[in-house]
Design a protein around this ligand. Sequence first.
Ligand SMILES: Cc1cc2nc3c(=O)[nH]c(=O)nc-3n(C[C@H](O)[C@H](O)[C@H](O)COP(=O)(O)OP(=O)(O)OC[C@H]3O[C@@H](n4cnc5c(N)ncnc54)[C@H](O)[C@@H]3O)c2cc1C
Length: 396
Amino acid sequence: MSEHPPSAEVQIALGEDYPEIRESIRKICAGFPGAYWRDLEERIAYPTEFVNALTEAGYLAALIPEAYGGAGLPLRAAAVILEEIHASGCNAGACHAQMYIMGTLLRHGSPAQKSQYLPQIASGALRLQAFGVTEPTSGTDTTKLKTRAVKNGDHYVVHGQKVWTSRALHSDMMLLLARTTPLDQVSKKTEGLSVFLVDIREALGHGLEIKPIKAMINHHATEVFFDGMKVPAANLIGEEGKGFKYILDGMNAERILVSSECIGDARWFVKTAVNYAKERVVFDRPIGQNQAIAFPIARAHAETEAADLLLRKASALFAAGQACAPEVNMAKLLASEAAWHAAEACLQTHGGFGYAREYDVERKWRETRLMQIAPISTNLVLSYVAEHVLGLPRSF
Ligand SMILES: Cc1cc2nc3c(=O)[nH]c(=O)nc-3n(C[C@H](O)[C@H](O)[C@H](O)COP(=O)(O)OP(=O)(O)OC[C@H]3O[C@@H](n4cnc5c(N)ncnc54)[C@H](O)[C@@H]3O)c2cc1C
C-alpha cells in the first residue's frame, strides 16, 4: 500500500474560497442563461460569445504565468472558475482545455516555443484547445495508438487517425500524441511516443482532415485524419520518444479541473431539485415533503460535500508539490458519481417536466454523464486505485 506523505504543511481552504472570482464568474454566467445553451444545441453551434467573455475577463489564462501574460493563479483558482461555471448551469467544455493543454508546453516546451505561443494563448489570440490522444482501435490502451510520425529532414510526416478530439474545428493548434518509434522496437511500451504542436490552420487540407461527430451533447467532438501531414521538427515538444511521460504529467491537473466541473454540476442539480421540490404541489403538499423525493437529494448533497472535501485535499497536495495521484483519482471518481446521483435525483424530482428542454435538467443530465467516461473512465480509475493504492495484483 502506498504511504501517504507527511501533510503538516498542506492547508485546505474550506467554504467559498476565492470569493471575488466566484462572484465575477457568476456575473458573467448570468448573461448566458439556459435559453442560450439550448439554442446552441439546436444549431450544434459553438458558444463563441461565452468563450469570448471568459477570454476577455482573463479567466482562460488563469494558469499561464504572469511572465507570459497570464494571471499566474494556482490550480485551485482555476478549479473554482470551472466549478462556478458549471454551478451556474453553463458548461465549460467548449473552452476548458484552453486552460490546461498549454501546461504540457509550459513544462516541457523549449524557451523559443514558450515565448512564441504562451503570450498569444494568454491573450486569446491563439486557441490551443484540441488534444489528440484517443484513437478508434486502441481506445484506453493509449500506448497501442497507431498514429505514426516519421522524421524526414526538418519535419515529421504523420499518418493515422484520432477520434473524439474535442474542439478541433474551434482551435488554431492541436497537441498531438503520435508514435515515433514502433512499439516492437522499444523496450517499454510507454517509450517511443512523442508530443507535437500541430498548426491546424496550416495543415487543414494538407494532410489533415477534421470531421464533426454527432454526439449526445454539444461538445464539438471530431474525428481527425492524418494522411501525410507535415509537422515542422521545431514543433516537437521536449525530447522525441518521451511524450507519454509529458502527457501523464498533466493528468493530475486536468483531473482536478474536470472534477471541479462535476462538483459545480452537482451543486446546480441539488439547488434546482430543491427549488422545484419546494414549489411543486401534488396531493396538496410540496413534493419535497415526501421523503422519497427529499432523501435522494439530501444524499446527493452529502456525496457532493464529501467529494468536494477530497478534491480540495487533492488540490492542496498538488499545490504543495506533494504526491497526489491517489487523491486526484479518487476525487475524480467520487465527484463524477456525486454529479450523476444529483442529476438522477433532479430529473426524478421534476417528473415529466424533467424531460422538457426548457428546464435544462435533461441537458445537464446528459452533459454530466460524460464525466464517468471522459477524460478517464470510472473503471480505469478503480483499476488505478486497486493496483497502485491498494497493491492488488495488476489486471492488465
Ligand atoms: C464527448 C467526448 C469528448 C472527448 N474528448 C476527447 C479529447 O478531446 N481528446 C481525446 O484524446 N479523447 C477524447 N475523448 C475520448 C475519451 O477520453 C475516451 O472515450 C475514454 O478515455 C474511453 O476510451 P474509449 O472510448 O476508447 O473506450 P474503451 O477503451 O473502448 O473502453 C470501453 C469501456 O470498457 C472499459 N474498459 C476498457 N478496458 C478495461 C479494463 N482493462 N478493465 C475494466 N474496464 C475496461 C472502459 O472503462 C470503458 O467503460 C472524448 C470522449 C467523448 C465521449
